[in-house]
Design a protein around this ligand. Structure first.
Ligand SMILES: [Zn+2]
Length: 156
């Protein structure tokens, strides 16, 4: 198993290189399946550059769910016919990306807690996971109490 913290080390280990090869291999299969035309390729290059810049611009990596999730960040893939994505001057308080002000609600802006849609989705996932873990802990507690009661109250 390759841990997240080792990806910043150089040179990469043979194990890391093999792991990365497997990850990248599926991208070639997707490319052949979708067979992008020149317009799509231009959009893919723009998207790829934006994505790489986004990851490289993280000042200090913390590998949190906000940084390391499976969601494609919003405003990464330009619509057909568009080569420049709209930028803004209002930062998401979680990922620090700049968005047009109307990306956020007035309430969030007033509280200075504005999160972009990607960060909101990650936050929701974190809350759902925490809720699941709470429910499991409560169920386990209940089960333990029942088991204890069963042990002590059962005359047979
Ligand atoms: Zn964000």
């Amino acid at each position: 198993m390759v841990s997240h913290g080792k990806w910043g080390d150089r040179p990469l280990s043979e194990e890391q290189i093999e792991y990365a090869k497997v990850d990248v291999f599926s991208l070639f299969m997707l490319y052949e399946k979708f067979n992008p035309d020149n317009e799509d390729m231009r959009r893919l290059v723009i998207s790829s550059d934006l994505y790489v810049d986004l990851k490289r611009s993280i000042p200090v990596r913390d590998y949190s769910e906000y940084e390391d999730n499976a969601y494609l960040p919003i405003n990464i893939i330009p619509d057909k016919g568009i080569t420049v994505l709209p930028t803004g001057s209002t930062a998401c308080t979680t990922c620090s990306r700049l968005f047009p002000r109307d990306e956020f609600s007035k309430i969030e802006l007033n509280k200075r807690t504005q999160k972009c849609r990607t960060c909101k989705k990650v936050k929701l996932d974190i809350n759902v996971q925490a809720n699941r873990e709470d429910n499991w802990a409560r169920a386990a507690e209940k089960y333990d109490r029942c088991a204890v009661n069963y042990d002590y109250d059962d005359p047979y």
